[in-house]
Design a protein around this ligand. Structure first.
Ligand code: ATP
Ligand code: MG
Length: 872
């Protein structure tokens, strides 16, 4: 059964059981500080379990793109080495939100696997939670009984908290689970050792395929468990593992999910899969990481130096390094695989095809730059080796290579090994730990439990229509982070405050109690669908109602910038072409930033056209047309632009100004005229194929014009208020260059005259032509002068002093034959005489200069030159 069909059958099965098929959420998580990437199908439904939100449908099913490379679930180091863990994988799931429970979940899972997919029952093992004393949890007898009704008792196994109590993270929804494992060993092997002995023992052919979680609890910050308001079902089945079983192969990499990619890797790198272990691991790493990185980029997460971007960069670098070391690839090659990946996956995930060009470009660029780093690292490693005192390289040296040059430690160890050197790995680990501790201390956040004042309300955002309203506090909690210090997060029953999102900053403002107490809201954010208001302190009385007031001035400016980004987006597509797609934006009250896909620097002309286009829309005074509850498909059909990697609900808000129409949750001006004026202040590159425009509007644009006008006023005043300053400046420039030419000619004349004059005043000391005097020339002219004198006269000793802007310079010239015969050295002379002008210098035996800060010392220096030469 082809993988495509496996997915389809799964959906059809649950659709027939009244489940709604929903799309995968993006793999990159944007509004949950506890999670960078989706690591399980349930992430996008977390708030439904907690009861903070109501689901649209009580039963849903989907396939979710997951990435397990950070936090509680991190499989990165296993990937490639084993055959059934990936960084990115698909998790098939069915959900009940307070609807059906264990009986249906267990019965349907068994029916699907054994009847629809026809898996041999004898090969399946199931587990149930055996209970845990420390959490005061009993055995899951209900699941045990349900399983034993359909599976022989010797294949129903108890499991401990580690395997059979599922938790998303340190905090959050959790509950006992039942896992289904499959034994795909040969009949012979199965006779020797029963599968029940290998369940949960990391055996590559006795693996878990499906986990049925029965959500009942919430793990609180203090570690205790509380009952959830309702009971839910959350299941997750590894799609690639299921394909492995259904296609009768022994490794996920031998399914049609991976084989086309592996064939392509073989072709591109001229290597062979299935011959030796090291090559195989490298090929699996590349095949796996390609998927993770490509989908992350398609979801809008570019490799970078911080946060989620850094994780993606590290995954890609791991693949590059395996390719470099084990597949002999010292030129970019991973980007060449994107095509194959795209044709393999685009049916289920169209974003990979739509974003293909960008993905290819970004990967290629990353490969190029990291390969350069590897090269530099190799050179550095060479020098470390040749400077080594013994045959062990210290941990701190290896750490420097790793930290400053991004040179991977296993590669360092490998190369050292090949050269007969050892690495102090313990020392390296210590350095690494130190760094981790430093960064943990810098970002540590502690979060208290919510204090819930009222349960029933769902928080409503009213900030599109009003900036001031009566609110009640429904919950709050204390958070403590290094960055912000101690703060409170407060949630209201309804709020006019816009939470940071869609690139737009969060609103500020205040709430005022009936007793006059005022509490300032310093920022507003969204976490897991809750709108959270940040405050330094709580009101004395948290009960009762408050007047909530948004800082209108900031909101007005921010809205103008947000509307301007929409017009800018439209302008770029008109001026540059339809390939332009938004790749990020940041909308503040005093400026805006817009990142978009485009492959070359914009010309001055294009920038002007874009600016003019936006300003023309502003002059047209286009009214805002806003629709809050348009069904998603209908909005797209009407031509609204949606962004990749953004999660949209079933109904969406559309924002339209004339021909510009986007899906957007941000705040906007009522009329484009309110933007006043749009000015581009910068254009540049952010990453391969991605450019950034920075711009200002409204007050910032006014301030810009005002300050320009001021500068212009000053320029005019300096030009004696001429009516045509440009003409006046051009005239000045012309006059200036004419004067320069005259000056040069005069200087030449002067130097010529001076030369004659000086030649006439040589003093003869012995056979030496001696000259020590002050001249009024600049340093290059002095040099020319002494060299010319030197060409025309023999046995010369010249010391010329100049004074310019409070500084003294001594220039000494000694004819070459004199320098060697008499052992005279101009360098020594200027160093010796430099003392008098409080300075120093040097040069060659026949020519040297010294500069100093004490021009008063010049006469003394000249005088000493005479005594010096006389003594010689
Ligand atoms: P394992 O013990 O094999 O690591 P798990 O207990 O971490 O699995 P769950 O968190 O229960 O797995 O995830 C549900 C299902 O997702 C698993 O039954 C498995 O089929 C699949 N799965 C989990 N991790 C991976 C991974 N890294 N790569 C591919 N599939 C995975
Ligand atoms: Mg795991």
């Amino acid at each position: 059964m082809k993988s495509q069909e496996v997915r389809e059958r799964f959906f059809r099965f649950f659709e027939a059981r009244k489940h709604t098929v929903v799309p995968s959420a993006p793999m990159v998580v944007k509004d949950d500080p506890t999670l960078m990437f989706t690591n399980a199908g349930m992430n996008q439904f977390k708030e439904y379990f907690l009861g903070n939100r109501k689901p649209v449908s009580a039963r849903v099913t989907d396939t979710q793109k997951c990435l397990r490379v950070s936090g509680k679930h991190n499989d990165l180091e296993e990937v490639g080495k084993d055959t059934y863990h990936h960084t990115m994988f698909e998790m098939l799931g069915n959900w009940s939100f307070g609807d059906y429970f264990k009986k249906e979940a267990i019965g349907w899972a068994w029916e699907l696997l054994t009847e629809v997919f026809g898996i041999d029952r004898e090969r399946l093992y199931v587990t149930y939670f055996e209970g845990a004393a420390d959490d005061n949890l009993p055995e899951d007898g209900e699941a045990k009984t349900l399983w034993e009704a359909i599976v022989p008792a010797d294949r129903v196994l108890p499991g401990n908290k580690n395997d059979n109590f599922w938790e998303m993270g340190e905090q959050g929804p959790c509950g006992p689970c039942s896992e289904i494992h499959i034994d795909i060993r040969t009949d012979e092997e199965r006779k020797k050792v029963p599968g029940s002995a290998l369940v949960n023992k990391d055996h590559p052919q006795v693996v878990e395929i499906w986990n049925l979680v029965f959500m009942e609890f919430n793990r609180k910050a203090d570690g205790s468990l509380e009952k959830l308001p309702a009971r839910h079902v959350d299941t997750g089945m590894g799609f690639e593992r299921l394909c492995m079983v259904l296609q009768g192969v022994k490794s996920n990499y031998d399914t049609d999910v991976f084989t086309p990619i592996i064939r392509e890797i073989e072709a591109v790198t001229t290597s062979k899969y299935g011959k030796d272990e090291k090559t195989d691991i490298a090929i699996r790493v590349v095949a796996d990481h390609l998927r993770a990185v490509a989908f992350a980029i398609a979801d809008g997460q570019l490799p970078s130096n911080t946060g989620a971007g850094y994780v993606i960069r590290r995954i890609l670098r791991r693949a590059i390094r395996y390719g470099f070391t084990f597949l002999g690839q010292d030129e970019p090659f991973i980007y060449k695989l994107v095509d194959t990946l795209s044709s393999q996956m685009h049916h289920a995930f169209p974003e990979i095809k739509a974003q293909k060009n960008l993905v290819v470009n970004v990967i290629r660029e990353e490969e190029q730059s990291f390969l350069k780093t590897l090269e530099q690292g190799l050179v550095l490693l060479d020098s470390i080796i040749s400077n080594a005192k013994d045959h062990t390289i210290s941990g701190s040296k290896a750490f420097e290579l790793y930290d400053t040059y991004g040179f991977p430690i296993d590669l360092t160890a490998l190369i050292l090994g090949e050269r007969g050197y050892a690495l102090d790995e313990e020392g390296f680990r210590k350095e690494l730990q130190k760094q981790k501790d430093r960064s943990r201390a810098a970002t540590a956040v502690s979060t208290g439990d919510w204090v819930v004042l009222s349960e029933d309300d769902e928080e409503e955002f009213v900030g599109y229509d009003t900036l001031e309203t009566r609110v009640r506090i429904t919950r709050y909690r204390k958070v403590n982070s290094k960055k912000d210090g101690e703060m409170y997060q407060v949630v209201f029953n309804l709020t006019p405050f816009y939470p940071e999102g869609g690139g737009q900053v969060g609103d500020k403002g205040y709430i005022k109690a009936a007793n006059g107490d005022v509490v300032y809201i310093t920022d507003t954010r969204k976490e897991n669908n809750l709108i959270i208001h940040l405050t330094k302190n709580l009101p004395r009385n948290t009960e009762g109602s408050f007047t909530a007031v948004v800082d209108a001035n900031q909101r007005r400016r921010t809205s103008a910038n947000h509307s301007a980004t929409h017009l800018l987006h439209q302008a770029l597509r008109v001026v540059l072409g339809e390939h332009v797609e938004q790749k990020g934006s940041s909308v503040h009250n005093n400026h805006l930033r817009f990142d978009f896909s485009h492959f070359s620097r914009m010309t001055q002309e294009e920038l002007q056209q874009v600016e003019d286009f936006v300003n023309a829309r502003i002059r047209e005074q286009l009214p805002l047309e806003e629709h809050r509850n348009t069904p998603y498909q209908q909005a797209l059909e009407a031509g609204a632009m949606a962004l990749f990697g953004e999660k949209y609900g079933d109904t969406v808000r559309t924002v339209r100004f004339g021909e510009s129409m986007e899906l957007c949750g941000g705040t906007h001006v009522k009329n484009t005229g309110d933007i006043w004026h749009f000015i581009i202040t910068g254009e540049g590159a952010v990453a391969a194929g991605i450019r950034r425009i920075e711009a200002i509007t409204l007050d910032a644009a006014k301030e810009y014009f005002t300050s320009q006008a001021e500068i212009f006023g000053e320029v005019k005043a300096a030009l004696r208020n001429t009516s045509d300053p440009v003409k006046a400046i051009t005239a000045l420039q012309e006059e200036n260059s004419a004067l320069k030419k005259q000056l040069e000619a005069l200087m030449k004349d002067k130097a010529g005259n001076l030369k004659k004059e000086l030649a006439g005043s040589f003093e003869h000391i012995g056979n030496v032509r001696f000259l020590a005097t002050t001249v009024d020339l600049d340093t290059p002219a002095v040099k020319d002068l002494v060299f010319e004198l030197g060409r025309e006269h023999e046995n010369l000793f010249v010391l010329l002093a100049t004074e310019q802007q409070g500084k003294a310079v001594l220039t000494c010239y000694i004819s070459k034959e004199l320098a060697s015969e008499r052992d005279l050295n101009a360098g020594k002379v200027v160093r010796e005489l430099g003392k008098y002008i409080n300075g120093g210098g040097g040069g060659q035996p026949f020519f040297a200069t010294a500069g100093g800060k004490r021009p008063e010392g010049i006469p003394e220096a000249l005088e000493h030159a005479r005594t010096f030469i006389a003594s010689k």
